[in-house]
Design a protein around this ligand. Structure first.
Ligand code: ATP
Ligand code: MG
Length: 577
């Protein structure tokens, strides 16, 4: 094995983004030390911490000041911002907030469509030491109220169209609405543009402790009521490393993460990972449309593209012919996270883009990528890859004992990595639940690790199906189902059965051109039986036009199950219309 030289180690730790292009994952895993990462940041010398400073101001004080930080396009605007521009704007916005008496520890939410002002606002909030709460624009009244109430938000940055969904009379702690693109009319309303015009440029950033919170993200609500997950400034260490080693970011990259900042992927991978590495990123406003997405890659010459299985499945549905109308030759690295990446989608990616899609696994709670397919490693389609150097992941039983290779169990992480959540807002008991087995953070996901150290996602622990004494992960069945030519998407649940314990029931949406029929059901069941296992074949199949999904695109199996069993569906605030 090739030895890693001291120079190389320093290069990896350096400010310049360098590919994690190791012929030698194992060696890197062995020597990786978070301390090396810390040396990148100015607080390592100054002792003064603020993640927004490290993401923006640090670069604005170097040759990168005139480097493009943000390339934006939607259906109406096309703009670009340098690191110096973002520093100046976020300083001003921070001054606006301070002038309202808002400061350290206050929760300030952002509820608006993706546009540069959203990012400026988020940076400004973090710069005064407040806690930013990004909310997805498609949330309706009850979802918005729940989150603002739970967090005790004092201000919301929003738009005139969305402010109607903020029930101010029911939120006594909410003092200000900061309106982007409108004059202030009502009491407590403030115009973003007017305030920015008169705000002073001079600003003293709030220096924080590494363990102080900077953001609160509510989870996707796939399994229940969304939790307010709190992350601290120290997360920058982890985000920076994911940026270099997982997203493979380099100085000259044009990076596009399609996730909305309302979800952790949109801030951790979509904002801080690139900016902490001084990398240019692309922001595409507006709704999903295959042509617009490919146009974005072509127009900005995107080199690194991060999206999600739901989007890749939709692109796959639109067909390879659409891909061929665009020049996507700039692409060097493609990533996916948020849900399992079906092998079928991986293979389609190879065909459509001539590239591997790199699946990586993490959670709102983990703050950044934990397990990944790295550029340097061969990919086993359907596997989420290996742990990020610095992260210890394992499959454990309910007592915390590590299980041998190929045994399904709890996917767990040795607690205490830099990006780990530090609290669930307002719910310390819930927080404790993650850490009940000696020293492990238990994810709630079920997986196994193969003899080569690759991790294979099986499903949520609660979704694992026990049929005739066999444990079946819904993901395996779903992945086989989508390989059938008629199947667009599939959600699989266990349905109680007096004889078998549970039987497998599949909910399926069909591709264009296919009609539901009993023959098709039988054909699909046979297809799973022959390709996977007889006991894994669905005994019941139901066709649906659409499957219930979260707004971040995840199939909501708990909703399928509740429908099936006639039970209450629980919190639906994050479900798509
Ligand atoms: P909630 O916690 O509110 O029920 P959620 O778990 O979907 O919702 P997130 O934190 O957005 O909220 O998602 C994390 C979950 O997404 C993981 O626990 C896992 O089940 C799934 N996930 C993320 N990335 C991957 C991946 N690469 N492969 C498989 N599953 C993934
Ligand atoms: Mg979760």
């Amino acid at each position: 094995m090739e030895k890693v030289s001291k120079e190389q180690t320093q290069e990896w730790a350096g400010v310049t983004a360098t590919a994690f292009n190791l012929s030698n994952y194992d060696e890197m895993y062995r020597i990786a030390d978070w301390k090396e990462e810390e040396r990148v940041f100015s607080w390592y010398d100054t002792g003064k911490v603020n993640i927004a400073h490290e993401a923006i101001d640090r670069h604005a004080a170097t040759w990168r000041k005139n480097k493009t930080a943000l390339l934006f396009k939607d259906d109406h605007r096309e703009e670009s911002y340098t690191f110096a521009d973002l520093k100046a704007l976020s300083d001003k916005f921070a001054n606006v907030l301070r002038s309202k008496g808002i400061g350290k520890g206050d929760r300030v939410f952002i509820y608006m469509p993706r546009c540069p002002e959203l990012y400026v606002a988020l940076l400004g909030i973090v710069k005064i030491g407040a806690i930013a709460g990004p909310l997805f624009e498609a949330f309706m009244e009850a979802a918005v109220k729940d989150r603002l109430e739970d967090s005790g938000a004092v201000a919301v940055v929003t738009t005139p169209a969305l402010k109607k969904r903020i029930l101010r009379e029911e939120l006594p702690e909410l003092k200000y609405l900061i309106l982007v693109g409108a004059d202030a009319v009502g009491p407590g309303e403030v115009s973003y543009e007017q305030e920015m015009q008169s705000a002073p440029a001079d600003f003293q950033i709030e220096w924080m402790d590494r363990e102080d919170p900077y953001i609160i993200h509510y989870t996707s609500g796939s399994t229940g009521k969304p939790k307010g997950v709190v992350h601290v400034h120290n997360a920058m260490i982890h985000q920076h490393r994911s940026g270099r080693w997982v997203y493979d970011l380099r100085e000259e990259d044009i990076y596009w993460c399609t996730a909305d900042p309302g979800w952790v992927t949109g801030t951790s991978a979509g904002m801080f990972a690139p900016w902490l590495n001084g990398v240019t990123m692309v922001l595409r406003g507006g709704r999903f449309k295959p042509e617009d997405w490919y146009d974005t890659i072509q127009r900005f010459k995107v080199t690194v593209w991060f999206s999600a299985p739901t989007a890749f499945r939709m692109l796959m549905g639109a067909g390879v012919d659409v891909v061929k109308q665009f020049d996507l030759s700039s692409l060097r690295h493609i990533l996916s996270a948020g849900e399992p990446l079906n092998p079928e989608v991986f293979r389609w990616g190879l065909q459509a883009f001539g590239q591997r899609i790199h699946d990586n696994w993490w959670m709102t709670e983990t703050g950044s990528t934990m397990i990944s397919n790295f550029p340097c490693l061969p990919i086993k389609p359907g596997s989420m890859g290996k742990p990020l150097p610095g992260i210890y992941a394992a499959i454990v039983d309910d007592q915390g004992n590590e299980l041998p290779a190929n045994r399904m169990g709890n996917l767990a992480i040795r607690a205490g990595w830099p990006g780990m959540m530090r609290q669930i807002w307002n719910n310390p008991a819930k927080y404790q639940e993650y850490f009940q087995i000696n020293g492990w953070y238990v994810s709630g996901d079920s997986a196994y690790k193969d003899e080569d150290g690759y991790f294979w996602f099986q499903g949520r622990v609660d979704d694992v199906i026990n049929t005739s004494g066999e444990r079946v992960g819904p993901f395996e069945v779903e992945s086989r189902l989508v390989e059938h030519p008629a199947v667009a998407e599939a959600g699989v649940i266990g349905k109680p059965d007096p004889v078998r314990g549970e039987i497998i029931k599949a909910f399926i949406s069909l591709r264009a051109g296919y009609e539901p029929s009993d023959e098709l059901k039988q054909d699909i069941a046979r297809f799973v039986k022959t390709g996977l296992a007889a006991h894994a074949a669905p005994r019941e199949i139901e066709f649906r036009d659409k499957l219930p999904k979260t707004r971040s695109g995840k199939i909501m199996r708990r909703v399928l199950k509740a429908w099936e069993l006639g039970l209450p569906t629980g919190d639906l605030s994050t479900m798509e219309d």
